[in-house]
Design a protein around this ligand. Structure first.
Ligand SMILES: Cc1ncc(COP(=O)(O)O)c(C=O)c1O
Length: 423
């Protein structure tokens, strides 16, 4: 990669959430190995982001590589309409086994956002099949569920750029974000806002969608398991479906295999993505109960109305299969707890810094919330100088490293955070 490549990139290639006329710097990565990203000039960066929650086993993992190679030699893709294949069957079998009991019908799609679209469509088709006009979704402020239209409509209306599309998006119902932190003292009154809303609108609501326990891109907020438990009870009481978007939290990130496990509840529909393939390829899964699947299938359409071209892509399924197996074969919970303990030891003291508002740690996620928004571009430069990859946003400097990170590399990340905020 030479300078003209970088110039071409800046001039012609859109990156996530960036301006084409005034692009922020992008840094060339030519290789990734373990928990390190290797830049074009050979500099190594310890990865604090796991490629946005996905690369839980680190990069260039021989087991995952082998799974892709073996599948590639058999077939890279085949349509899923009317055909099936061993890789899809194996990964779906694993998902049915490891997700909460009543979830047993799996829909495979391409990305997290599409998994959310699928979940919303399942909920709407379910009520249509039952002959009830329930077309609204209830969700939480500070939530994030993706960038496609249906997903945007259930993202926090104030806290995101999705307010740009107001007027073109279906209007759903929002309640205040949960106010009781994960470790705080629980009181039932924290459920009052959602109880009030449900008591008025329950007959119109098809489903509640939420990110269980961790609200990610909408603020990296961790809320109390009893809030989730309370919502499950309210859904039972009013007969409303619960959609758990575990796209970021799934596969151990919060210290439980699924964040729903913190509250010991099961959703009616669960969305998975990101770490499903260990960050190798894009694949998502939306899993529901037999009852919902049967109700949809017995409805007017006689089927569920969705079918992407790359549904059940064999390469993605093969690597997902290997990634889930690798996770379960390893003491992942011990590993995540070890990361959590180290993050607590090294980041928690920052809470006494005058510019720091809060420090939150849960599982393999460490968040330092500043009192004022940070200059992300400047901080990133400073992080790179120190040999780490951390991408702050808003007031948040946070890490969610690959589970295979060594304690030395993890310390390098936390030391870099201390340095950029001048501890
Ligand atoms: C909770 C949650 N849901 C959905 C998505 C969208 O996933 P994708 O970017 O794969 O479309 C994300 C992505 O960050 C997410 O964190």
């Amino acid at each position: 990669m030479n300078n003209s490549d970088i110039v071409f990139d800046a001039k012609h290639i859109w990156h996530p959430y960036t301006s084409m006329s005034q692009p922020i710097p992008t840094y060339p990565i030519v290789k990734a190995q373990g928990s390190e990203l290797i830049m074009a000039d050979g500099k190594k960066l310890v990865d604090g982001m796991s490629s946005w929650w996905a690369a839980i086993h680190g990069y260039n993992h021989h087991v995952l590589n082998q799974a892709v190679i073996e599948q590639l030699q058999k077939m890279s893709h085949v349509m899923f309409g009317g055909l099936t294949h061993p890789a899809a069957i194996s990964v779906c079998r694993q998902l049915v086994e490891i997700t909460p009991k009543p979830l047993e019908c799996v829909f495979l799609a391409d990305s997290g956002s599409v998994a959310v679209e699928v979940a919303l469509k399942m909920a709407l088709q379910y009520w249509q099949a039952k002959g009830e006009k329930r077309q609204q979704i209830l969700t939480l402020r500070h939530g994030y569920h993706g960038d496609t239209f249906g997903a945007m409509a259930v993202c926090c209306p104030e806290n995101s750029m999705h307010s740009l599309y107001k007027g073109c998006l279906p209007k759903h119902i929002f309640v205040d974000a949960p106010q009781c932190g994960f470790y705080n003292q629980w009181n039932h009154h924290y459920l009052s806002p959602i109880e009030r809303t449900l008591s008025v609108y329950n007959k119109k609501i098809a489903a509640i969608i939420l990110e269980p326990i961790v609200q990610g891109a909408g603020g990296m907020r961790f809320y109390h398991p009893n809030y989730l438990k309370g919502i499950r009870s309210l859904c039972n009481h009013y007969g409303i479906l619960l959609i758990a978007d575990e796209i970021a939290t799934g596969f151990g990130r919060t210290g439980q295999l699924f964040a729903c496990d913190h509250a010991n509840i099961f959703p009616d529909i669960m969305c998975l993505g990101k770490a499903l393939t260990g960050g190798y390829m894009t694949l998502s899964a939306t899993i529901t109960t037999r009852h919902i699947a049967d109700t949809i299938s017995d409805g007017i359409a006689g089927c569920f109305m969705h079918g992407p071209t790359f549904m059940g892509n064999p390469l993605a399924c093969a690597v997902a299969n290997a990634s889930v197996k690798l996770l379960l074969e390893n003491p992942w919970q011990k590993t995540v707890t070890k990361i959590e303990q180290q993050l607590i030891k090294e980041l928690a003291p920052l809470v006494s810094h005058p510019d720091v508002k809060d420090v939150r740690i849960l599982g393999a996620i460490g968040v330092v919330e500043m009192r004022a928004p940070v200059n992300a571009v400047e901080l990133q430069k400073k992080f790179i100088k120190q040999g780490v990859w951390v991408r702050p946003f808003g007031r948040l400097i946070y890490v969610m490293p690959p589970y295979i990170i060594s304690s030395e590399h993890l310390s390098k990340l936390t030391e870099a955070i201390k340095k950029v905020i001048n501890v």
